[in-house]
Design a protein around this ligand. Structure first.
Ligand SMILES: CC(C)(COP(=O)(O)OP(=O)(O)OC[C@H]1O[C@@H](n2cnc3c(N)ncnc32)[C@H](O)[C@@H]1OP(=O)(O)O)[C@@H](O)C(=O)NCCC(=O)NCCS
Length: 141
């Protein structure tokens, strides 16, 4: 199997969205509309990635930074392609790009009950932040 990792473009949207929908553990919202993802990609050029196997999108991840910290969202690998190092390869590539851009820490959000993903994130070097609580404000509907 030769899986290619490349930058996500808005042309990948339908394939990526279908992958996210098929993956438990990815919480989709209105922010993931085509327009929302187009805006995210244009604000963070080259950071979000897809993994492609023989023309099929089998992995995807959103990544961006605000000039201070990096953020990862919606990492997903197709069930048919898990446990082959694709998730790790996607994360290593985005961390490397963040590092090149002068960002030295990268956060992410994961559902508390997604034990498989928490194990994965530990394996690729993330540490759980037990001293923090996530808080959000719904600014507009
Ligand atoms: C989490 C996910 C992205 C992992 O992708 P993957 O390509 O299978 O991961 P990798 O093959 O690169 O695995 C990297 C390491 O994590 C471990 N790992 C991966 N999935 C695991 C699981 N379900 N349980 C335990 N360990 C796991 C692997 O064994 C490997 O460890 P090693 O390097 O010591 O051998 C994938 O399972 C997925 O898409 N899950 C559904 C969506 C999801 O929950 N995303 C996370 C949102 S925060």
């Amino acid at each position: 199997m030769r899986v290619e990792i490349r930058a996500m473009t808005i042309a990948d949207y339908d394939d990526v969205y279908a992958l996210w929908q098929a993956c438990e553990g990815v919480g989709l919202s209105a922010a993931d509309s085509r327009q929302g993802i187009r805006r995210f990609l244009s604000r963070n050029p080259g950071l979000s990635l897809v993994a492609v196997d023989d023309g099929r999108v089998v992995g995807a991840v959103l990544c961006g930074h605000d000039g201070r910290r990096g953020y990862v969202h919606h990492l997903a690998v197709a069930a048919s392609h898990r446990r082959r190092g694709i998730g790790r390869a996607l994360v290593e590539r985005l961390l490397s790009t963040l590092r090149q851009q002068g960002i030295d820490k990268c956060h992410l959000f994961v559902f508390k009950d997604n034990r498989a993903a928490i194990t994965f994130w530990h394996k690729v070097g993330y540490a759980r932040r037990v001293e923090l609580v996530m808080m959000s404000h719904q600014i507009a509907k």
